[in-house]
Write a protein that binds this ligand. Structure first.
Ligand SMILES: Nc1ncnc2c1ncn2[C@@H]1O[C@H](COP(=O)(O)OP(=O)(O)OP(=O)(O)O)[C@@H](O)[C@H]1O
Length: 571
């Protein structure tokens, strides 16, 4: 591709040499029209060759750009997939979005917009400089006289400009974030009548960005300004040299004209080069940000592909701490029996969700082991291939994730080749079928942003249907903590019964009544397991569980009175 671009630049320079001979002939005492036509026809032919070449070049460069962008996005996506959950909690995701959307776009642009023009400009400049030096070294030197100064000025001001370029990009990203924050939060802001304050905040960011970006824009243009100014001074030096040589009769008119025409052709790509180099500054910063994401350490995983003989999970001396936080679990031990329902209960913040996340390997342990399988064939889950282990698990979060796609495609995330009968079967079990059949496009109805709105309960049932389709032997359920209407709640309970039948189930429970019949209830408090047993045993023990049960029963018997004052009274 480089050779083709250089060839194209060479072909672009040749007509100027032909022009010289046309001028020479015109200014001679006996112009030869046939000779001039032949040379002009040569120029035309070169132009046609260049048109054909440009098609090949543009097509291949676009292809290279899209391929590079595709590969980068794919590898970045793969890398993000292998990062621990901690990254997604701690990192400002808008910076990752910016890297994924803007920085990679910029890398694509390098190929589609910069690569060929840059090489072509450098080649044209080189061909012209060599050609003119060869023709008349004095004029050639005059034309190039200010170039070293221009390069030095460019290099000197580049460092200063780079700082401002970085600042300008940061400002743009800040502006994007502020806009996204405003748009994302507009529903809640409206509800709490705070759009005015929030817009004031956005307005402030807009104003600061506008003011600072003006300064930054001026500063970052310095290298291009100084380079262009000094390069153009070269044209003045050339004019003086050409006039001096012509007056001294050491330069014929044809060469005077040729030098002047060629100078215009020489300086234009030179000025372009400075713009390309300035754009390369932006690319350098984007490449740095992309490299930073690639440098993030991934969740360690093994390559064990054995299938566990049973889905019995044993946590042995498990220790874990969130980054920059004190230890949450220290030497925690727990067994989750195969094909039983184990419920995790406890006060908010006691560590229920974290425990489930560790089993699903969203995080790496600090110490201890999570085994799967019977005692005779136990496998360390940390040594298993992550995708292999996750193929055994279905997680149903209380806040379900929905793609902006059809219901069918949302379900097929769990099993891409599932046929429509399988989809209907799981939707029936998840109590979604009546809703889907009432929609005009049925399974092909679009949901998510821009599609049909689904209620919280319906979304959770969609998530259950997805888990049913995956048919994994270990189910982790994060029970909805928010109150649902009785009908929705009953539907979800029935859907969950279908999902969990015959499986190993771990339920993170917020309402004790819903796990009353669990095979085992594990009570957590402050990162420790304080009690375990079935409902009867725990009630008899009269500990934390019995206390929580009593409080929830009391809460259930409260009813609102005096709606006008909002006072709650015990019924
Ligand atoms: N991503 C995180 N980063 C840092 N700390 C976290 C993170 N997630 C949870 N924690 C902290 O870990 C502790 C346990 O949280 P966890 O969500 O596991 O409790 P939980 O029992 O599931 O709570 P809830 O019933 O309110 O959902 C809490 O102190 C919480 O603040």
């Amino acid at each position: 591709m480089v050779l083709l671009t250089v060839l194209d630049a060479f072909l672009a320079s040749v007509p100027y040499a032909l022009l010289f001979y046309i001028l020479l002939d015109m200014l001679s005492g006996a112009p030869d029209l046939r000779w001039q036509f032949t040379l002009a026809a040569g120029c035309l032919l070169l132009m046609l060759v260049r048109v054909a070449l440009a098609r090949v070049l543009n097509f291949n460069l676009s292809l290279m750009g899209f391929r590079a962008g595709y590969q980068l996005r794919k590898s970045l996506g793969e890398h993000l997939r292998r990062l621990p959950m901690g990254f997604f909690y701690r990192t400002d995701m808008s910076s990752v979005n910016n890297t994924l959307l803007k920085d990679i776009d910029m890398s694509e642009k390098i190929f589609t917009h910069l690569y060929a023009p840059f090489i072509a400009s450098v080649s044209v400049v080189c061909f012209f400089a060599l050609g003119l030096l060869f023709k008349d070294w004095r004029m050639g030197l005059a034309m190039l006289s200010t170039l070293p100064l221009a390069v030095a000025a460019f290099l000197l001001t580049r460092r200063y400009a780079r700082r401002w370029t970085a600042q300008m990009q940061a400002l743009m990203f800040r502006l994007n974030d502020a806009l996204m924050e405003y748009i994302d939060g507009i529903k809640e802001l409206k509800a709490s009548r705070m759009t005015g304050q929030a817009f004031g905040r956005l307005d402030k960011v807009l104003e600061t960005t506008w003011r600072q970006s003006l300064t930054a824009e001026k500063a970052s243009a310095w290298p291009v300004y100084s380079f262009n100014l000094l390069v153009e001074c070269g044209f003045i030096v050339l004019l003086a040299a050409v006039s001096w040589a012509w007056l001294g009769q050491t330069l014929p008119m044809a060469e005077v004209l040729m030098f002047l025409i060629a100078a215009v052709r020489f300086f234009r790509p030179l000025l372009n080069i400075s713009m390309f180099l300035a754009e390369l500054n932006y690319f350098g910063l984007a490449a740095g940000r992309i490299a930073k994401v690639f440098d993030l350490p991934v969740l360690p995983q093994g390559n064990e592909m054995r299938d566990p003989d049973r889905l019995r999970i044993r946590l042995e001396n498990v220790s874990f701490a969130y980054p920059e936080k004190p230890a949450l679990f220290e030497r925690l031990n727990l067994t989750i029996e195969a094909q039983q329902v184990t419920a995790l209960v406890g006060p908010s913040g006691s560590g229920k969700s974290t425990l489930a996340s560790l089993i699903a390997r969203f995080w790496a342990l600090e110490g201890g082991t999570i085994w799967v399988g019977s005692d005779s064939q136990r496998i360390d889950t940390a040594k298993m291939d992550a995708s292999h282990w996750q193929s055994y698990i279905s997680v149903v979060f209380q806040q379900s994730y929905v793609l902006n796609d059809t219901i069918a495609n949302n379900l097929r995330v769990a099993q891409p080749d599932a046929d429509s009968q399988a989809l209907r079967r799981v939707c029936e079990a998840a109590r979604l079928l009546p809703l889907i059949d009432s929609l005009p496009d049925g399974m092909d109805t679009l949901v998510g942003a821009g599609g049909v709105h689904l209620s919280g309960g319906e979304l959770q049932r969609l998530s259950i249907a997805r888990a049913l389709l995956k048919d994994a032997p270990l189910i982790i359920l994060d029970e909805a903590s928010a109150s649902l209407d009785p009908e929705n709640e009953r539907d979800i309970q029935l859907a969950m019964q279908s999902l969990t039948a015959g499986k190993t189930v771990l339920v993170i429970a917020h309402k004790l009544s819903s796990v009353r019949y669990a095979d085992r209830i594990v009570v957590m408090d402050n990162g420790r397991i304080v009690e375990q047993g079935d409902h009867q045993q725990l009630m008899a023990a009269d500990g934390l569980y019995a206390e929580m049960w009593g409080l929830q029963q009391q809460a259930m018997s409260w009813r609102p009175v005096g709606c006008k004052t909002g006072v709650m009274d015990r019924g």
